[in-house]
Design a protein around this ligand. Structure first.
Ligand code: G6P
Length: 492
């Protein structure tokens, strides 16, 4: 039996290999134990699921295990985006949520995210506690081969907190929920839908067959915009590609925007926590380009002046904006859980990351592609310029633009170990002819150069590869900087 581990963002597995009904029940039991150990069972748990194959059935199994453990269940009556599941935790003041999704992974995958009561991704100490529970349950299964072949629900209950005795004060229940309308109302407090409506935008919405369909399209249309939908129907095979809103996977949308002369394209990943933004002329706007635009907009237009939090891999253009407004920048390892923590604890007005996640003050500490898309529409509506033109204005205002790029290099497990060792010792005096001013080790190795350029090498927590990120004011230097650090770390 494979060890079940929570990675950068939850447990992911291949359906019918390690992602089975039995293992989902074991993980559910581990979460139920975690909640009951904290005496939070009476608050109940929200259960959401995406559009993937069998996600609704897996959700049903999670619900059974929770109820058997005396935990009240708020089960969604339809597929939900991850941020909506997280938001429902707040609506019901629940002990947390389970979201069944493998996000943007290939169709044969499914996954399991635990969202604690603060409505953001679980921090490492919480997933570690759940993993301990899982290991204990898996060991019991290994010892008892008869049980192993039995119905896993019985097994989950066998190894959990005894049912009836543990729930003296309440009767566990299954309550069906549809949190969409509370969520819409909440977003309308964060985004100016009236301004967006008045701009009468023509927008292409691409849900990439994921559970984000029925959100951006509904809200934009309701505000009075013209919306064209793309991939807004369920397809558990995702039309043969990955539900990931990258430039490559949005080529078709870019072509349409260009051909139609539309002003905006908004895409979501499989569970709608990541965003993809396309500008007039079919120009893809990277998250590293969009986040500074948004930070400037929050400060200058919405009056939300405050610190910002970004991952170690995200554009330092945010730092330039923060500096000009006398604000703090909080840098975190990659993973929205760390960003979410800073949103909660440091009063940041924006938290964002290079891989396409963001949230703002007043919202839940979970990344939300729907909110990101509406904020992009708001920026357009307010400015009556293209996003690319606004980006140029912002760059001018804050002392010049920055270019950033990421290179992904696949490695074998043996190479990976060797490179990680080499990275630990990597401490060059200069990179591509410029002196290294700072060496940051919170996630991989980041070298900040005297010129303000920087390069970061880190192993991905979700894929078998290394990521080499670099940023410079001079586009031509990015490759040179990446190559220099790859040579130094022996990555080829
Ligand atoms: O670079 P990786 O470790 O593969 O992580 C890439 C991304 O994975 C998940 O989507 C996390 O929620 C993100 O926070 C992270 O940026």
């Amino acid at each position: 039996m494979k060890k079940i581990k929570f990675g950068t963002d939850g447990w992911r597995g291949i359906i019918a290999d390690d992602y089975t009904f039995e293992n989902v029940r074991i993980v559910s039991q581990a979460v139920a134990d975690y909640i009951n150990n904290k005496n939070m069972g009476a608050k109940g748990i929200v259960i959401g699921y995406d559009n993937r194959f069998l996600s609704d059935r897996f959700a049903d199994n999670v619900a059974d295990v929770m109820i058997q453990n005396g935990i009240k269940v708020y089960l969604s009556d339809r597929p939900l985006p991850t941020p909506v599941t997280a938001f429902a935790v707040k609506v019901h003041d629940a002990a947390g949520a389970v979201m069944l999704t493998a996000s943007h992974n290939p169709p044969e995958y499914n996954g399991f995210k635990f969202i604690p009561d603060y409505a953001g991704p679980a921090l490492p100490h919480i997933t570690a506690a759940i993993e301990e529970n899982i290991a204990r349950l898996q060991n019991s299964v290994r010892r008892n081969t008869n049980v192993y072949h039995e119905q896993a629900l019985e097994l989950a209950v066998d190894h959990g907190i005894p049912m009836a005795q543990s729930v003296p004060n309440h009767v566990a229940d299954r309550i069906m929920i549809d949190p969409r309308y509370e969520y819409f109302d909440h977003l309308e407090k964060l985004v100016d839908m009236e301004v967006i409506g008045r701009a009468n935008l023509e927008v292409m919405v691409d849900a990439m067959h994921g559970s984000g369909m029925g959100y951006l399209d509904v809200m934009l249309r309701r505000a009075g915009n013209r919306v064209k939908e793309c991939r807004c129907h369920r397809d558990p095979l995702f039309g043969g590609s990955l539900p990931e809103p990258t430039q490559k996977s949005l080529e078709g949308v870019c072509r349409w925007i260009k051909a139609e002369g539309a002003r905006l394209g908004l895409a979501l990943d499989g569970d709608a926590d990541r965003f993809g933004i396309i500008d007039v002329g079919g120009v893809y706007i990277t998250p590293n380009q969009f986040l500074p635009l948004l930070y400037h907009h929050l400060i200058a237009v919405k009056g939300l002046v405050g610190p910002v939090t970004r991952t170690v891999a995200t554009s330092h253009m945010l730092d330039r904006i923060a500096q000009k407004h006398g604000q703090e920048v909080y840098e975190t390892p990659v993973g929205f859980k760390f960003i979410g923590q800073n949103l909660l604890e440091k009063g940041c007005v924006l938290g964002g990351e290079e891989s396409g996640g963001l949230s703002i003050k007043g919202h839940i500490p979970e990344k939300d592609g729907i909110l990101a898309g509406l904020l992009a529409a708001e920026i357009l509506a307010v400015n009556e310029k293209s996003l690319s033109e606004i980006a140029l204005d912002v760059a001018k205002e804050y002392g010049g633009g920055m270019y950033s790029e990421r290179l992904d290099v696949r490695t074998t497990p043996a190479q990976k170990v060797r490179i990680i060792e080499k990275l630990q010792r990597l401490d060059p005096a200069e990179i591509a002819g410029v002196t290294v001013a700072k060496r940051i080790t919170i996630d991989g190795i980041k070298l900040v150069l005297e010129s303000g350029e920087w390069v970061l090498v880190r192993p991905s927590g979700t894929e078998p590869l290394f990521r080499i990120y670099a940023e410079s004011e001079n586009k031509e230097r990015i490759e040179k900087i990446q190559q220099a650090v790859m040579n130094a770390a022996d990555i080829n």
